[in-house]
Design a protein around this ligand. Sequence first.
Ligand code: B12
Ligand code: SF4
Length: 509
Amino acid sequence: MLRVLLIGPYKGRDNSGDSFLAPPFGLYRMKFYIEKKLEDVFIDILDPNIDNYRDVEGVYDVVGFSPLHLTFENDLLLFGYFKSKFRDSLFIAGGIEVSSIGKEVFDYAPFDIAVLGEGEETLLKILKAILKGKKQFNGIKSIYQRRQGRVYFNGYGKQLGLSHFKEIYEAYEFINIPYDRYWKHNAQFYKEPNWTEIRTIRGIFSNFCPYRCKFCASTNFISYSYSGKLSAGSRFYILPVKDVIRFILKITDAWKDVETIIFDDDNLSLDFQYLKKLCLEIIQLKEKDKLRKNLSFICQGRPDVFARSKKKILNLMKNAGFRMIMYGVESFSDRVSAYLGKRITRQQAMQTIDATVDAGIVPLIYIILFPPCILKEDLIKTVDLCVKYLLKNLEISTTLLIMDIPGSEFYYDTSLRRIIKKYSIAKGISIQKSDYIWPSDDELFELGRDIHENYSNYEENFKQNYGIQHVPSRVYSFIVFDAIYQKFGLEDKRKYLHRTLQDVIKNYQ
Ligand code: B12
Ligand code: SF4
């Protein structure tokens, strides 16, 4: 028998409380797939954001980590803890960040193996080898292994094919994931929790996104993991509609009180025939009472694609129960958008937002406020339009800075402005990294830095002024927009913001 512990990215005790948590989808994908294939293997998932890692009991033969760029120092802290607890176990690192830094992960901590790319088949092979008593894994592709202080690469493997992909989703078992605990956690921040927002289940149904935005690592995940190159002819897959429907039925069967299913990749709208078929199937199931009529859906979407749709598809989505579409607009300045490689114009974004509202669906607009090329006029142009939308009750989710993530095109551009931070975690465990890419313009750099570093002060003032406890993303956006107007002395815009804010904010008091 083999016992495996897979640990999700750790946001840190101080941070986990203020955000919505969700079970680590990729780790559960591996667990269910592998447990189906190997009877003698038992995989436990530890999400340190919701479980106390110090409560882990028993002995594990293999301990796997899934560090992300912003959580890396916390993940290494857990590595140190578990390494001293399970001295003889095999320590593996995997996931999108590890796939992009590869060998470098061994500079941070003494892992035994680093897995590149999708973990299901590779981890399965490693566990099979261990069950056969092997201590070396020479024949297994897509891994780096450390032996006697040296690191060996076994060569690039192959991305998963569609049939594997289908098998993985077939194996997924919702009933064995503690969604109820996540919902309880996420509800605790509200006096009157909105259960439609809270009782959600997320899924990813494609293997990567082919759009190639320059700040994004997901677009290069498959390519970099299996060739070491960005965007090099990877094969794109999306789970066929009938399998997605089976997946949805499994969810509602296991969790009768689920209220929203989230399609969390950007690819649902890549092919309108696909989306149309999906909506029609959902509508039919609802008509036949095989799906609850009020089950709602949220998906990510590209505004440029929807701008071409002539509204028909949006109406169909509304009928199927889509209540929100999350659009990665990033900026309402065409200059910035082009720089980011978004290939979306302000016009297209506005057109899609209006069409979405007309269809009765709420658009959630993602914005990056301080990308490297930002100038004052681009920023104000974007903030002004965001404020207008916020006051119309649309959802705006802002990110201050672009994450400096390995695997994104920007990561390899040495001309960009960075701040390197050093973290010493424990003996033999340390990390040195740049978390964000900063604006090149000095004034915008200072402003971005001020809001980033002093955000908690801005938030505290705001909470006191408006009597709110928890700050959801749209209120976060208000706080940041107010700080930007203040900095540029745009008092009229500020006054307007505060005057109209009273009404909007009352839902959060
Ligand atoms: C949905 C999502 C979320 C959701 C839900 C996360 C969850 N618990 O599942 C929420 C909103 C909560 C979230 C939060 C965050 N996220 Co997020 N998220 C995503 C998203 C869109 C999908 C993740 C997913 O399910 N992928 C599909 C699964 C199957 O893939 P996977 O997780 O990578 O796992 C596979 C392989 O990587 C590998 N693998 C993974 N781990 C391991 C470990 C071992 C040992 C092995 C062998 C293999 C292996 O095998 C898995 C199966 O094939 C991705 C973007 C994307 N399209 O991937 C961003 C993404 C992963 N998130 C990102 C970030 C940064 C975060 C946050 C740190 C943001 C923040 N500022 O707080 C937090 C971290 C919180 C946390 N604990 O995870 C970044 C990571 C970039 C990086 N290189 O670090 C991404 C890539 C988005 C981006 N900006 O590019 N996220
Ligand atoms: S559309 Fe979204 S997921 Fe796709 S490349 Fe751009 S940012 Fe990444």
